[in-house]
Design a protein around this ligand. Sequence first.
Ligand code: SAM
Ligand code: SF4
Length: 355
Amino acid sequence: MNDNVPTASPRKPDLILLRDPAESAPPLVDSFQRRITYLRLSVTDRCDLRCSYCMPERMTFLPKKEVLSLEELYDLATGFIARGVTKIRITGGEPLVRRDIIDLFTALGRRLGHDLAELTLTTNGTQLATHAEALARAGVKRVNVSLDTLDRAKFAELTRRDSLPQVLEGIATAKAAGLKVKLNAVALKGVNEHELPDLIAWGHAQGHDVTLIEVMPLGDVEEERLDQYLPLDDVRARLEQRWTLRESNHRTGGPSRYVDIAETGGRLGFITPHTNNFCAGCNRLRVTATGQLYPCLGGGERVDLRAALRSDAPEANLAAALDEALRIKPEKHHFRMDARGAAPAVPRHMSMTGG
Ligand code: SAM
Ligand code: SF4
């Protein structure tokens, strides 16, 4: 046991306790020699929005009993930290709709500066006004907020909920609480395509970095994926007609590649799974709210960490499960965006795997 590492967790006394990081635990290195230091941990598959590129209106959510408790999520995170994960992003579904989620942030936040370098989250922002200050108190420094449009009617159509005012209030509260906000927008053909420059300009004027994302064929939604897909090469070319884009060396440990925009003074990221595959530098693993580890967002490979966690020998079985995940982590995703009516690359929605 490392005496320097705080052990407080949101646990009930009867739950198992994984040992704190053992000095000797081997780092997570996959069969392509990629070192894994980044965990994306989904805490719920539920959401208060229904973004049309993410899930259908009538989404079926998992029974709550299948979802890991906050104590189990903490234990899992501990298992990853023991193997050299230094950055954890809490995601979902919408992480801030999970009851008592701040307890998990608070418990993990106690490890910051010890064996955890960064704790962050991706959120749709609807609950940020309520939670931003608590997140900042827990040690969160940066938050990604998904925002695809500033047009209230379009937002309501796209997310099937009229929540833009709440989201904007959440972003403002996060900024006031000292959180560095990055805005993420999925580029959608014919939907926010022509609004992207205004969205970027607005974000930069507020002091927020902005990242554009190519839509990925994850799960069945009610629309044809190919109709949603807007290649970011095209978007970038159009932005270059308006602004001066300079390559940036800025990295956040994710797949985003950045440029600085001279005229706005802000930074713009591009996440381009299709036009520029980023898998070679993949440093992450993803775990669903039910403890299923998906080594690749775009692959079907899976390892059941919940079974390991709930077994008689959780530490040993979790270690073995992580080794298996490293063994089967594919070299790259096999998304395709060239066929109309094609089945999704994987049947899971992004809200399940955790974006
Ligand atoms: N609910 C939170 C949010 O929206 O930020 C966190 C989870 S959401 C699944 C994470 C990110 O995935 C969001 O930025 C969302 O826009 C993005 N996303 C969802 N479905 C996607 C898809 N099919 N292709 C690309 N990005 C997607
Ligand atoms: Fe919810 Fe995020 Fe999916 Fe939108 S993208 S439906 S906010 S999980």
